[in-house]
Structure formats: C-alpha cells, structure tokens
Design a protein around this ligand. Structure first.
Ligand code: GTP
Ligand code: MG
Length: 329
C-alpha cells in the first residue's frame, strides 16, 4: 500500500474509548498522552518549535479491560499552523479516530495565563465541528506539580471572564494533570479522575462518540476498500483492484481534505469577522459613553455658568435693594 499519506491510519484498531489531545504548542499534549498511556509513546520535550508535527496514535488496555486510543496532534488550531497543514492533519486525525471521538482533551498549561487565543481555540473548534463538539470537551490543565489542586481552584475563582465562560461551556469538566510525577499512586489517581470525567461525557452523550458528516465520508471511503476482500477475486485481480481502489480513495480523501481546508478557512474568517464586529461594537459603545460623558460635562458646565450668573444677579438685586432702602431712609 506504499506511496499514500493515508495508508496506515485505517488499519489501526478501533477502541472502546478514543481521545484526542488538542491545544497550543508546548502546553503538554504529548506529555499528557504519555501519562494516559503509561509509557513514552509520544515525543515530549521543551522546545520553542513544534515538537509534534503530525498526528500520532497510541493505544493501551486499561485496568478494567477496556481499550483506549489516544491521538496526539500538533497545534491544529494554533495561529502558527497554516490552514492547509491543519486541514491535512484534521483529516488524518479523523482517519485515525474512525468511528468518532469520545472526548476531546483541550490541553492548557496551568502556569500560563488563560489568553484570548486560548479561548479562540475553543471557538474555532466549535465553529468547525459544530456546537455538539462542546459536549465532548474536557479541559485538561498540565503543570499540576507546580500549581496544585487548591491553587488551581483559587485561580479558577479569580480567572478572567473568558476563562469562566469556557469552564461553564464545558460544564465544569476541568482536570489538573501532573505529567512529571513519579509517584505511582498519584499517576493512577489522576488517570482515574480523568477517565471518570471521560465516562461521564460518554454517558451524557448516550454512549455515542462525536462524529459528523466528514467522519462518515471518510468511513464510507474506507468501507468501500474493505469490500474487496469479501468478493472472492483472484490474487492478481485483487491486487489490480486494490491499486485502483487506493487511487480512488486517495482522490476522495484529497477531495475531503480540500473541503476541510475550505471549511477551516471559512471558520477562521467568520471568527475573525465576529471578533472585529465585537471590537467595533465595543469601540462604538465606548465612543457613545464618552460623548454622553462629554455632553453631561458640557451641560454641568452650562448649569454652573447659569447658576453663577443667577448668583451674580441676586447679588446685584440685593445691592440695589440695599441702596434703595438707604435712599428711603
Ligand atoms: N513541570 C511540568 N512540565 C510539563 C508538564 N506537562 C508537560 N510538561 C513539559 O512541557 C514541555 C512541553 O511538553 P510537550 O508534551 O512536548 O508539549 P506539546 O503540547 O506536545 O508540544 P508540541 O508537540 O510542540 O505542540 C516539556 O518539556 C514537558 O516536559 C507538567 O505537568 N509539569
Ligand atoms: Mg507534542
């Protein structure tokens, strides 16, 4: 099956749980993936450049016997990645997730201030996959070793509005992760906590993973490929057919990739326009408030002026009255 960028993803096994790690460059996505899998499946290191450049998947069997697939991604919705590259990686990720995604782990660093860019990552994902994706989102904060549970709670209380909104949107599904610990008990505890949240997300979604039209299209393309094995052709015929099917599949996946790119571009444009509109509305409101303040200051000035005039007049009348009284006397 050589020569295709899509080849190996589809032969990866399905699992009971599929998780996708999403987040900004260097926030600890790969480290979190390794903590979940219990081994160094993904390269995780300190770098100013992107360490993970393409989607990768690792699998393991949990204590309770369930299988779990963890998909590590590069900063898909990061400002540093072109929509063309992001599009290809999103299709690759959907290709790996096959039947859908049970939970999207939105990875943030607890030692970084929650920024507008962080909030816009969630907005982009929402815009791209639709509102329903939010029901599958879990906020995972790394650097639990430095921040600690109680400090994290305190930080949450004093966090900016954009952060509070995101927490509310995800119905308080916040998990703190320490990817550096060597304490086996803590490792197991935090993993159990995360899996509990994953299970509650799955239960809330009626056991169904997130999937959409794009997932279905990719699945259709691959299901067509599988049909060859059951039709009973000769080896040569199958080889020839496979070649033809792979070519068609690659064409179809390339078509889906370009659709994904277009959709991503539209989402980013729409979001940028929305942000511009919000900013313009804010500036307009500020201008109106400023003008109102200036107007009221002007009116106060006028009032003070007429009050001063009235006082002067009063004074004048009083003096006149005084002098006429003196004349009578
Ligand atoms: N102290 C501490 N360091 C962490 C934690 N999680 C991740 N790191 C460190 O953060 C750095 C980046 O981690 P990665 O896992 O490579 O981050 P990433 O998000 O996968 O990065 P990219 O693939 O480049 O987008 C590494 O040096 C990790 O050791 C954590 O919980 N505590
Ligand atoms: Mg990484």
């Amino acid at each position: 099956m050589g020569g295709s960028q899509y080849d190996d993803d589809w032969v990866l096994p399905s699992a009971d749980i599929t998780l996708v790690l999403v987040g900004k460059l260097g926030y600890g996505k790969s480290a979190t993936g390794n903590s979940i899998l219990g081994r160094e499946a993904f390269l995780s290191e300190y770098s100013h450049a992107s360490v993970t450049n393409t989607c990768q998947m690792g699998s393991t069997t949990l204590k309770d016997g369930r299988t779990i697939n963890v998909i590590d991604t590069p900063g898909l919705f990061d400002v540093n990645i072109t929509t063309e590259d992001a599009g290809k990686e999103i299709v690759k990720c959907m290709n790996m997730a096959k039947d859908g995604i049970h939970a999207v782990l939105m990875v943030f660093s607890a030692i970084n201030r929650f920024s507008h860019e962080d909030a816009s990552t969630i907005e982009t994902i929402k815009g791209f996959f639709g509102e329903k994706i939010v029901d599958h989102m879990i906020l995972v904060f790394t650097y639990g070793d430095i921040v600690g549970e109680s400090r994290m709670k305190g930080m949450q209380k004093n966090a900016p509005e954009s952060f509070q909104k995101v927490v509310e949107l995800c119905q308080n599904r916040v998990v703190l992760f320490d990817n550096m610990t060597t304490d086996r008990r803590l490792k197991a505890q935090q993993l159990d906590k995360l899996l509990d949240v994953v299970d509650s997300v799955t239960a809330n979604n009626g056991g169904k993973p997130f999937s959409d039209q794009m997932f279905s299209r990719i699945k259709e393309v691959h299901d067509r490929e599988k049909e060859v094995h059951i039709m009973g052709y000769s080896e040569d015929q199958i080889a020839e057919l496979k070649k033809e099917i792979h070519r068609t599949r690659d064409e179809q996946l390339a078509h889906i990739t370009s659709m994904v790119e277009d959709k991503l571009n539209c989402t980013v444009d729409k979001l940028q326009k929305q942000l511009m509109d919000e900013q313009n509305a804010r500036l307009k409101a500020e201008k109106v408030a400023y003008e109102a303040r200036m107007k009221s200051e002007e009116e106060i000035h006028k009032l003070k002026e007429s009050l001063r005039k009235a006082q002067l007049e009063n004074e004048e009348f009083r003096r006149m009255a005084q002098s006429s009284k003196c004349a009578i006397l």
